[in-house]
Design a protein around this ligand. Structure first.
Ligand SMILES: Cc1ncc(COP(=O)(O)O)c(C=O)c1O
Length: 386
């Protein structure tokens, strides 16, 4: 697997949770498309509309879904802006969220409360490794109040790495008429994402530049058809109203898909590269890629605990385990905060993440299929030394 990615023998990359390496064949596809673009930029750009739609169809097919429910953006932060700021809430409607969400997403929610009379409430979500699915569902039922209109929750929490039981949570919100917005930044690739199973999720944001190992700067929003009318595009352009040629080659007449597409003159080649990423997943098999990822994650967990004696937040319950392993830092490292990650890299050529959970810095490790056991053992010794 290693030679399917770009490596340098001295660097150990164990932070796929921030960004994964992009598959080499996907990089090559983008590079070759960029070269073709330069031969006749006008023709290439106009022609790219239908290629982009074709890519959107491939994406939807991969997630067992309909392409008209999707829109493409550069990253999950942009997708969330579209979801939250583009959806009108009534005065005093409450947005409920946990205190473990990614700060950029929390800021989008706060921004919403500045632009409307909606309110925001965060509830405490445990980080104990002994937490169970039942406990999570009971907690969510308890926290939903009479004013709650929207629940925003991560599928995989960036800090603790816990995988939230989204299908069961969606059943609860659906039965209470609450809009469920899922931050799936860490889902696609690491977990099976199938919208036949997620049919009660209202809004889902996912990306390709983390666990899918796709092009950098590619993400999608998935919107349940019942919200297509109500979601207002944040920006207007050629496709906002009924569209003419050449823009009508995107979307096959689906108004939602066309009004939400990326606007104006831009290079679509990052998005077009997603097709090659999906082909990689099909060729190697989703299940076998995930099996290797899970084995490496478990291996990293075991060996780092053994060599460092650090305590981890990695959940004990199997169904709550994801691709991220977070460790509690000793006090002196904790005080170093974000700089710890930089120092570890500069001194040891080992890339891990510093991550803040409830105001306290932790250390996060996240291997992917381009890693091997030997480098993980080496990384665990570096961490032990530090
Ligand atoms: C849980 C979570 N949500 C959202 C994001 C933001 O993703 P992006 O940088 O693609 O906008 C991240 C990024 O790490 C994340 O971990």
């Amino acid at each position: 697997m290693k030679d399917l990615f770009i490596n340098d023998s001295s660097t150990i990359y164990l932070n796929s949770g921030t960004e994964s390496k992009t598959i080499k064949s996907t990089l090559e596809e983008i590079y070759s498309n960029n070269k073709n673009y330069e031969i006749n930029p006008t023709y290439y750009f106009v022609d790219a509309y239908q290629k982009l739609w074709h890519t959107q169809k491939e994406i939807a097919h991969f997630f067992n879904d309909n392409p008209k429910n999707y829109f493409l953006r550069t990253n999950v932060t942009e997708v969330f802006n579209q979801f939250i700021l583009g959806y009108d809430l009534n005065d005093n409607d409450e947005i409920l969220t946990t205190n473990l969400e990614y700060q950029a997403i929390v800021n989008v929610l706060k921004y919403k409360t500045m632009q409307s009379k909606a309110t925001l409430r965060e509830f405490d979500f445990p980080t104990r490794d002994s937490i169970s699915t039942d406990e999570i569902l009971t907690l969510i039922k308890k926290e939903i109040g009479p004013k709650t209109k929207m629940l925003v929750i991560s599928h995989v929490f960036t800090g603790s790495g816990l995988v939230a039981p989204i299908c069961q949570i969606a059943e609860i919100t659906n039965s209470k008429g609450i809009i469920l917005v899922v931050d799936g930044a860490h889902s696609c690739g690491a977990l099976k994402v199938d919208f036949e199973n997620f049919k009660n999720v209202d809004f889902f944001a996912g990306n390709f530049h983390k666990w899918m190992m796709g092009p950098k700067g590619t993400a999608f929003g998935r919107v349940h058809p019942k919200h297509h009318e109500k979601l207002k595009p944040l920006m207007a352009g050629w496709t906002t109203f009924e569209t003419d040629s050449p823009f009508d080659t995107f979307g096959e007449g689906h108004r939602f898909a066309t009004k939400m597409m990326p606007l104006g003159t831009q290079n679509f080649n990052q998005y077009l590269g997603i097709k090659s990423t999906i082909n990689f997943w099909k060729a190697h098999g989703e299940n076998s890629i995930r099996k290797k990822l899970n084995e490496l994650t478990q291996f990293a967990y075991d060996i780092i605990i053994e060599n460092t004696k650090l305590k981890s937040l990695f959940p004990k319950e199997k169904s709550l385990q994801g691709p991220l392993i977070t460790f509690v830092l000793p006090m002196r490292s904790e005080n170093e905060g974000y700089n710890l990650m930089k120092r570890i890299f500069l001194e040891n050529k080992l890339q891990i993440a510093s991550t803040k959970i409830k105001g306290v810095w932790h250390l996060r490790v996240s291997p992917h299929i381009y890693n091997d056991q030997e480098e993980i053992v080496h990384a665990s010794k570096i961490l032990a030394k530090i």
